[in-house]
Design a protein. Sequence first.
Length: 379
Amino acid sequence: MNLKPFLLDHWLNHYHFADPPIKYDLASSTGPVWTAQEVLDLMGEDEQREFRETRLLYCHASGTKALREAISEMESVDPDDVQILTGGAEALLILFFLAAEPGANVVLPSPGFPPFDVLPQSFGTETRFYHLRPENQFRIDLDEIKKQTDGNTRLILLNSPHNPTGATLSNAEVLSLHDFAAERGIPLVVDQVYHPIYHGGETASAAALPHATVLSDLSKSFCLSGLRVGWLIEHNRDRLEQYFNARSYFTISNTPVGEAMAVTAVRHRDKIFSRLRSVASGNLAALDGFFARLSDVLGWVRPRGGMTGFPWIRDEPDSRAFCKRAAENGILLAPGDCFGMPRHFRIGFGVTEAGFTDALVELESLIRREIPKAAHGPA
């Protein structure tokens, strides 16, 4: 079995580890970087002692009791509803593995995070898509989702806030789709790795919904991708047992050091979210002015959540060549073909804590040099 090339990660790996390093990272979908010392500094004396005494053995396959309790407190669910995993990546692998029955189909967003469609396709599962379109402000059409389902649908996947567009669903929309799926016995998976980062109206966690499966991790809104900790919240005991069994085969457990640090992150989440919101809101305000000045050249739908946007070059069918020139000039963007929409590019506004406006000045200068139509705009 051959997997499709993971264009997004190949692109990011090439430039994130380049020598000399990239000057401005406007491609990443995460938040400001935390060091291990900064996380340790969040701990009180008792927490630090517990951390130093962490035993370097296998964790329980469900995750440590302390981490499941911390997440259950955050989400107001029973600790037994929480399955810890190795990042959101393992959660997706397990979900699509379990959905891979003969004749099965899954309903997915397009564009979307690349593993959303590659994983089920690799298992021989039919993939059906609902589309987030720029002409519709990237809004998610619930009727389009419902029309894609049938008796063989084994999973409907929502991603809100959405990567790469920043689209979100309202509480009423999530509840409507939850009830639709529950009536038909279709698992509704809500990927909310960017929750609770919103730029306007906020959406409640789907963990409170009895028939929803919630996927989250520490990589996005928690800004701790290096810990490789994720989780599923599931109220159905049979499905939880399936996750536990699959996890036992796939990765067995996380590192106990990572889970111990994850406990601290969840307990002190307000400080982490506050830092991220400050960075993301300031950078998003700068993007508002940037795209206003270049509106005849670049299309832009303001993200309603998360830390990424998905603009496009109006008169270019493919952004990859431009993104390559930007990278050569020290500015990293993610080309849209990584998400199946070549004329777009992803811009991240959460990771750059200092110098974001400087990056936009240089990017605007590059656009005015490289795109003829932009050269006639204001300097």
